[in-house]
Structure formats: structure tokens, C-alpha cells
Ligand binder design. Structure first.
Ligand code: ADP
Ligand code: MG
Length: 288
């Protein structure tokens, strides 16, 4: 499933003293099977943009096409679009409300009018997909779970709708490092094993860099860069100007290059930088 955004503008509270242009001329193509990261500092328009992907917000100007169909055409059922494009809001656990994890994850499928067998099948599958033990959590209150588990239960609720695209708004914010790593790994699995198209929204370069193949950088309501992760990581001036900052490993490699060392500068992770530094030290005969 593909999503295309054409000349999108969005203004909050038009014609009032609170008028605020949140998106300006955004153009974007998300292809089937991609893992794409959308990054930008707070207030750059990320959340506003992704709420257009499934028709929660209506463009002030421009078009949103899902599988080449303009979703605001009169004969399109937005309910179908919302089922196909699963949106996980920031802090989704705040929307958990049922007495058991099962009932919570079953809420969406039940609203689709599915029979009990199908609901059970979907709930079990979704809970297992996010790496939780179905038997262990099904009858527990979501509020007894750890923060990371609660978040995953909430994501399972979206997966139980069996969408084709999964859009996650700052999915790891507020989790401890372990919860964050576990959840990011689950996202990777969803993409690889279940072939989900994943859109991961974050203000952290480090989080998206490990998973996304392509990065879209937003700044003041516009897309200011869009390309392969390594290319975007090399745009150090742009990243500094947009308030994102350059990841420490990238900064370090650039500093070494500035000092005349023959090192690659397109490092995304600490592991990659370590390998490159060891190679440099060996070539200088400083380690064996
Ligand atoms: P991000 O998700 O990147 O932090 P948002 O899409 O939330 O950015 O916000 C983009 C801009 O729109 C910001 O200037 C923000 O203040 C404004 N904004 C967001 N939501 C609303 C709203 N409900 N009403 C008015 N302005 C809003
Ligand atoms: Mg946001």
C-alpha cells in the first residue's frame, strides 16, 4: 500500500486569532514495504502530517492519496482508510481503558463487527506480534503492566485491525533504555517478518537511524530533506540548522576527518564507528 501527499497545506484554527500554519507545501511518497523515518524538532509538523495519512485531518489545501485514490473523494469511506493505515498516537497507553488486555486489544476488531472466533484470532496474533505472552497477559489489567508492556498492548490494539501501513508517533518516548530497545526491535520484526510498511516519527536521530532506510526531515512545516539515511546523516549543517543536532558518533567521525584522519564519516551507530576507529588505529599501527 502506498501513500502520496501532494502540495499539502494545513492551518489550525483558520480565521481566528489562534490561526497557525502547521504544514506548507508538503510533498511525499511512501512506497509499499518501506521503513521510513520522519524526524524534526518539536512543533515542526510531524504529528499534523501523519494525521493526514488516514484522514483524521483534512487538508486545507492539497491532496492525500492512498493507493492512488484521493481519500477526500466523495465515494471513499474514511473508515476503510483508517483500518488500512494504522496510526499509533504518542503515549498510546493513555487510551487503554478496558478491564483486561484482551478486551482492550479486541475493541477495534469488535467495532468492525467481526465474529468472536475472528476477534480471538486477531487479538492473540496482535499480542504475540508485539512480543507479549498472550496467555500471561490476556486476563490482566493493562494498568498492571510495565510502561513498555502497556505501550506494546496499545500498539497491539492497532495491529488487531490488520492495517497494511503502521504509522507510529514517537513510539519510544518516555520509555527507559531497555523498553526503548525492546520496542524498536519489535518494530524491526514487524517490518521484516510481517512485511509491514512502517512510518516511524521521532525527534531522535539515533532511534530512527538504526531502523529506517529513508529519512524525511521536517522543519517549520516543510520537508527540508528526504533521502537514504546515510545521505541525510551527512547533511550536518542542515541537521544543526533544523535543531536536530548531529548524532554524537557522526560528529566524532567528522571531527577526525577535519583533523586529517582518513575515516569514513557516514556512521550511524556506535558499533559502526567502533569498527571504523579500530581500522584507523590498526592502519596507524597503534593497535594490533
Ligand atoms: P510535531 O509533531 O512535529 O511536534 P505538530 O504537528 O504537533 O508538530 O505541530 C505543528 C505546529 O502546529 C506547531 O506550531 C503546533 O503548535 C501547532 N499545533 C499543533 N496542534 C495544534 C492544535 N490542535 N491547535 C493549534 N495549533 C496546533
Ligand atoms: Mg508530535
Amino acid at each position: 500500500m502506498s501513500i502520496r501527499v501532494e502540495g499539502l497545506y494545513y492551518t489550525y484554527n483558520p480565521g481566528t486569532p489562534f490561526e497557525r500554519a502547521a504544514l506548507e507545501d508538503v510533498n511525499l511518497d511512501i512506497h509499499d514495504g518501506e521503513f521510513i523515518g520522519i524526524i524534526g524538532e518539536t512543533g515542526s509538523g510531524k504529528s499534523t502530517l501523519i494525521q493526514h495519512f488516514n484522514g483524521l485531518l483534512k487538508p486545507t489545501r492539497g491532496r492525500v492519496l492512498v493507493d492512488a485514490v484521493d481519500i477526500w473523494q466523495r465515494d471513499v469511506r474514511l473508515k476503510d482508510i483508517r483500518q488500512k493505515v494504522g496510526l499509533v498516537f504518542q503515549y498510546p497507553e493513555h487510551q487503554l481503558f478496558e478491564e483486561t488486555v484482551f478486551a482492550d486489544v479486541a475493541f477495534g476488531p469488535r467495532n468492525l463487527g467481526l465474529d468472536e472466533d475472528e476477534i480471538s484470532r486477531r487479538v492473540r496474533r496482535a499480542i504475540e506480534m508485539v512480543g507479549l505472552d498472550f496467555e500471561a497477559v490476556r486476563d490482566r489489567s493493562p494498568f498492571e503492566l510495565s510502561g513498555g508492556e502497556m505501550r506494546r498492548a496499545a500498539i497491539a490494539g492497532v495491529l488487531a485491525m490488520e492495517p497494511s501501513v503502521l504509522v507510529l508517533d514517537e513510539p519510544v518516548s518516555g520509555l527507559d533504555p531497555r523498553g526503548r530497545d525492546e520496542l524498536l526491535r519489535e518494530m524491526e520484526t514487524l517490518h521484516r517478518e510481517f512485511e509491514y510498511t512502517v512510518v516511524l516519527v521521532s525527534h531522535s536521530m539515533e532511534d530512527v537511524a538504526r531502523l529506517a532506510k529513508r529519512l524525511v526531515v521536517m522543519h517549520e512545516g516543510r520537508v527540508v530533506a528526504d533521502g537514504p539515511v546515510r545521505e541525510v546523516f551527512c547533511m550536518t549543517d542542515l541537521l544543526r540548522d533544523t535543531g536536530l543536532g548531529v548524532p554524537q558518533v557522526t560528529e566524532l567521525m567528522h571531527e577526525l576527518a577535519r583533523r586529517g584522519k582518513q575515516v569514513r564519516t557516514d556512521m550511524l551507530t556506535v558499533e559502526e564507528a567502533k569498527a571504523e576507529l579500530l581500522r584507523l588505529l590498526r592502519s596507524e599501527g597503534r593497535v594490533r
